[in-house]
Design a protein around this ligand. Structure first.
Ligand code: AMP
Length: 478
C-alpha cells in the first residue's frame, strides 16, 4: 500500500515525501483510514512503529477545515512526559508544514506566560501533559468545550505514572460528542476498562502482540557481581563501540553516580532524569540527538517513545523491575527497521526480574560472557534472589527515586501476577503521584508517601526506621 491510497490530502503527502517516507507502516495503514472516517480508535502498538504519524497525519487533514477560537483548542493530545509531548509537537511541525494550523505545547517546567499567549491566539492542536493542562484550566486560561478530537497516547504509561485520575478529570471537561483515539503499547485490563469508558464503538487495531520486543533488536544478558557492574559496562562500551547509546539505571541517584564514573573514565556522557529542570533536560537531549554526547545515562524518563535516529545500543545498567519497562527501554534502538543491540547487566539478585521479562517475552535473553567478570552459575528463575533480598530502608534510594521521579513508576509485579486485580497487587496510586510537577508547587510535596517495595513490607511502628534527629541529640539533665 502507498500513502496516496490512505485518503490523505496532497499537502500531507508532500510533507510525507519530504520526510523521506516511502510506504506507510502497518499501524499507519490500519489507523489512518479509520481516523479520517472520524471513528474512535483503540490502538495497541509499540513505540517505533510509526504510531505518532498514524494519528497526526489524519488529524491534520480533519482539522484543516475550520478555525480555532481564543483559548478553545480544537484538538487535544495527552502525553505522559514532557519529552514525548515535545516530540509529538515536532511531528506536527514536520507533517503540517504545508498547512496553516496552529499548535501549542503545554508542559511543565517552563513558564506559563508563553503558553498562555499561545492559547490566547487560538490553537488547532494542543499537545499537553495532564498536570500542566489542569493547571491552565484551574487558572481559567483554557476552555475545553470545543475539543473535537482527543488523543490519549501511551495510556499504559499514564496508568503507571498515576495520571489516570487527571485524565479522567480532563475527559469530563470535553464535549461528549468527539472523536477519541487511545494508544497503548500494552493492553492490561485497566487500560481496557478505560477504553470502555472513554471510547465509543472503537475500531481496535494491533500491530504487534502486547509486550513483544522488536525483531530488529539483538538482546544479550551479562550476569556479574554488583561490585563489577561499572567495570563490566566500561568493557562492553569498549568492546561494542556503540555509535550512541542510552544507559538505563533504575534510580536517579545511580544515574548521577554512573554519569560521574563514566566521565571520570573519559567517556563522552550526559545524564537525564526526572529531577533535572526542564531546561537541562531539553538541552541534554538535544546534545545527545545531535551526537555531541555519545552516551546518555538515564532513568526511565527516556524509556518511552523517545525517537533518536539510528541509536545503535541500549544498555540496562540495572534490570528494570517492571518487565514492560524492559520492552520500552530496548525499543529505543532497532527503530524504523534498523538493527540495534540491547545488553542488560544483571546481578544474582536481579534473576527473578530477568525471569519475569523472559516469561513475558516468551523467550530467553541470550547470555554472553565477559572475560573474568561473568557469573556463570546463576540460575534465572522467578524464585531467585527472593530470600536474600533485603527490604530497602525507608530512607533508601528506591524511595528517593520512586517518590520523586517521573521516570520510575510503581514497580509492577512479575508477569504472572498481572492477572490479579490491581488493588490486590499494588498500593492505590495517590492522585498526588505526579511525575509532571505542576508549577510552582514544589515537587517533593506532591509525591506519594507510599513506599513501593519489591517485597511486601511489615508495617512499621512508631517512627519505623526513621529516628528523628531530636531523639538522637544528647539529653542534658540538670
Ligand atoms: P513512532 O513510533 O511514532 O515513534 O515513530 C518511529 C520512527 O519512525 C520515527 O522516527 C518516524 O519518523 C519514523 N516513521 C514514521 N512513519 C514512517 C514511515 N512510514 N516510513 C519510515 N519511517 C517512518
Amino acid at each position: 500500500m502507498l500513502f496516496k491510497d490512505l485518503g490523505l490530502s496532497d499537502e500531507i503527502l508532500r510533507a510525507i515525501t519530504d520526510a523521506g517516507y516511502e510506504t506507510p507502516t502497518p499501524i499507519q495503514e490500519q489507523a489512518v483510514p479509520y481516523v479520517l472516517m472520524n471513528r474512535d480508535l483503540l490502538g495497541c502498538a509499540q513505540t517505533g512503529t510509526g504510531k505518532t504519524a498514524s494519528f497526526v497525519l489524519p488529524m491534520l487533514d480533519i482539522l484543516s477545515h475550520g478555525r480555532a477560537r481564543a483559548r478553545m483548542p480544537r484538538s487535544l493530545i495527552l502525553e505522559p512526559t514532557r519529552e514525548l509531548a515535545a516530540q509529538v509537537a515536532e511531528n506536527f511541525k514536520t507533517y503540517g508544514k504545508y498547512q496553516k494550523l496552529s499548535m501549542a505545547l503545554l508542559i511543565g517546567g517552563v513558564s506559563f506566560d508563553d503558553q498562555e499567549k499561545a492559547l490566547d491566539r487560538g490553537v488547532d492542536v494542543l499537545v499537553a501533559t495532564p498536570g500542566r493542562l489542569i493547571d491552565h484550566y484551574e487558572r481559567g486560561r483554557i476552555l475545553m468545550s470545543d475539543v473535537k478530537i482527543l488523543v490519549i497516547d501511551e495510556a499504559d504509561r499514564m496508568l503507571d505514572m498515576g495520571f489516570i485520575p487527571d485524565v479522567e478529570r480532563i475527559v469530563k471537561l470535553l464535549p461528549r460528542l468527539r472523536q477519541t483515539l487511545m494508544f497503548s503499547a500494552t493492553m492490561p485490563r485497566e487500560i481496557r476498562g478505560l477504553a470502555e469508558k472513554f471510547l465509543m464503538n472503537p475500531k481496535e487495531i494491533s500491530v504487534s502482540p502486547p509486550s513483544t520486543t522488536a525483531e530488529t533488536v539483538a538482546q544479550a544478558l551479562v550476569i556479574v557481581d554488583a561490585r563489577d557492574k561499572r567495570e563490566a559496562l566500561r568493557k562492553l562500551l569498549n568492546d561494542e563501540q556503540p555509535s550512541n547509546a542510552l544507559i538505563f539505571c533504575n534510580r536517579k541517584r545511580d544515574v548521577g553516580i554512573l554519569h560521574r564514573s563514566l566521565s571520570r573514565h573519559g567517556f563522552e556522557v550526559g545524564a537525564l532524569h526526572g529531577d533535572m529542570d526542564q531546561f537541562s533536560r531539553t538541552a541534554t537531549l538535544e546534545s545527545f540527538k545531535k551526537g555531541e554526547i555519545k552516551y546518555l545515562v538515564c532513568s526511565d524518563v527516556a524509556a518511552r517513545g523517545l525517537d533518536i535516529v539510528g541509536m545503535s545500543h541500549v544498555f540496562n545498567f540495572d534490570v528494570p523491575i517492571n518487565s514492560e519497562d524492559y520492552v520500552h527501554r530496548i525499543g529505543r534502538t532497532g527503530r524504523a527497521g534498523k538493527s540495534g543491540r540491547a545488553i542488560s547487566l544483571a546481578t544474582e539478585d536481579d534473576a527473578r526480574y530477568v525471569a519475569a521479562i523472559q516469561k513475558m517475552m516468551g523467550k530467553p535473553i541470550p547470555r554472553i560472557e565477559l572475560d573474568g567478570l561473568t557469573r556463570a552459575n546463576v540460575e534465572i528463575t522467578e524464585e531467585s534472589g527472593r530470600k536474600r533480598r533485603r527490604r530497602p530502608s525507608r530512607r533508601g534510594a528506591e524511595k528517593e527515586e520512586r517518590q520523586s521521579s517521573p521516570a520510575a513508576p510503581h514497580p509492577a509485579p512479575p508477569a504472572q501476577e498481572r492477572s490479579k486485580p490491581a488493588q490486590e497487587r499494588r498500593p492505590p496510586r495517590p492522585q498526588a503521584a505526579r511525575p509532571e510537577p505542576r508549577q510552582p508547587r514544589p515537587e517533593a510535596k506532591t509525591q506519594p508517601k507510599t513506599q513501593p517495595k519489591a517485597e511486601p513490607a511489615k508495617p512499621s511502628r512508631g517512627f519505623g526506621d526513621d529516628t528523628p534527629a531530636f531523639l538522637l541529640r544528647p539529653v542534658k539533665v540538670t
